[in-house]
Design a protein around this ligand. Structure first.
Ligand code: GDP
Ligand code: MN
Length: 389
């Protein structure tokens, strides 16, 4: 789950990380009031769950409250990467001497968290990694020991931080680490971490991603979820306990099991097409869940063919077939459907599908081939889009 900057800032603040004072507004009038309350220049920032707001014009400095209202007026009307801006953060503007980068990530290959720091803040870390990889310093964090003082100092020296900032940097890094580990975050990035002309550090931006699978331990954080920016299909799938992942291709995939999802996407790619999504109905799904899954996948306008790949173990093929038929009766189906069905109660499943005029194939490769050829036989615009995607 992605957090908005203002939400992440509040969390960081509670861990003693210095952040500028500020509040959220959803109208220019509110922005004006907040700015007047803060006094002096403010920065007005779009609150959307995508990066690169600065470049898109979603971050504006305003010298006074009237200018803040104007800036809010402009930003609140914007779309950034397709997302409508509904709220802005109005914060005290900082003077910046230098912009640093400080981020925490999960290093899966080492099975631990890692901190990364760079003297080249304000630029995306991917960009620094590409152009000046030597400017990124990284240390791994032992999950039992946490971020240790000497490691934080190592980072500070590694980015050439002036010694007078060392103590503050170590405290800040340790606050970030505690915020990261105690909220079960998978990403916590402060970019830029500013050095101010009066020689202090200030977190000017905060990007935070929490692990969905740990949210049950944090009911207070779970309530921070902003569903207005979510794909409604993801929302619906989560409510039903299905896992739905949206991708950029044209073939919608319904499978049972995460491993089968990966394999299905692999064979689609092997046939030179791209999956539009995958929806995992899990083990032992009943007909109504299968029907809901099909409804969700079909409601994605990017889907031009649906591939249902079921390997029946606990999941019974006849239940799946009943779900498919029920969904077809409820919503109708606007795109071709390919079904691969093997395993428990396969014959019964095939019989149910046959009655509805559907034929199930038994090999995964064959199913992918059929799906791709059905895709290619559609309007040329579909094929062109597939290439771009
Ligand atoms: P992002 O583009 O979505 O990462 O948004 P940021 O919050 O990182 O802002 C982008 C850039 O705006 C930063 O790199 C800074 O250069 C600038 N900026 C943000 N806040 C302030 C501020 O308080 N004062 C000044 N002078 N610049 C700021
Ligand atoms: Mn930033």
């Amino acid at each position: 789950m992605n957090l908005h900057e203002y939400q992440a800032r509040a969390i960081l603040e509670s861990y003693g990380v210095p952040v500028p004072q500020g509040r959220v507004a959803s109208t220019p009038q509110e922005a004006q009031t907040i700015a007047a309350g803060l006094g002096g220049p403010v920065v007005v920032k779009a609150q959307v769950l995508v990066g690169g707001r600065g470049k898109a014009g979603g971050v504006r400095i305003a010298p006074d409250a009237n200018a803040a209202a104007e800036a809010a007026e402009r930003i609140l009307g914007m779309r950034i990467k397709g997302i409508q801006v509904r709220r802005v953060l109005v914060g005290r503007a900082a003077d910046i001497l230098k912009e640093l980068y400080l981020g925490l990530v999960i290093d899966r290959s080492r099975r631990q968290a890692a901190v990364m720091a760079s003297s080249q803040g304000g630029v995306e870390i991917e960009e620094i990694a590409r152009t000046m990889p030597e400017k990124i310093v990284r240390v791994g964090i032992d999950p039992f020991l946490g971020l240790l003082g000497y490691q934080a100092r190592e980072l500070a020296f590694g980015i050439g931080l002036e010694p007078y900032l060392l103590r503050e940097f170590v405290a800040l890094a340790s606050g970030l680490w505690r915020a990261f580990s105690e909220t079960d975050a998978s990403l916590l990035e402060v970019n830029p971490l500013a050095i101010t002309p009066d020689h202090h550090l200030l977190a000017l931006d905060a990007k935070m991603v929490l692990d969905d699978n740990a949210l049950f331990r944090h009911p207070d954080l779970a309530s921070l979820r902003d569903t207005s920016e979510e794909d409604p299909r993801e929302h619906e799938a989560r409510e039903l306990g299905l896992s739905y992942v949206r991708l950029n291709g044209s073939i919608g995939c319904i499978v049972n099991g995460a491993g089968l999802a990966m394999a299905t996407m692999d064979v689609i790619k092997l046939e030179k097409a791209e999956p539009a999504n995958f929806l995992d109905i899990g083990g032992g799904a009943q007909a109504d869940r299968v029907a809901a899954a099909l409804r969700i996948v079909l409601s994605d306008p990017g889907v031009r063919v649906v591939l249902i790949n079921i390997f029946g173990g606990i999941t019974r093929c006849d239940e799946v077939a009943r779900g498919i038929v029920a969904a077809l009766q409820q919503t109708g189906v606007s795109v071709p459907l390919v079904v691969r069905l093997v395993g428990t109660n396969e014959e019964e499943g095939r019989r149910i599908l046959a009655e509805a005029g559907l034929v199930a194939v038994s090999s995964m490769r064959e199913a992918a081939r059929q799906a791709v050829s059905l895709l290619q036989s559609q309007a040329p615009s579909a094929a062109a889009e597939e290439k771009e995607g």
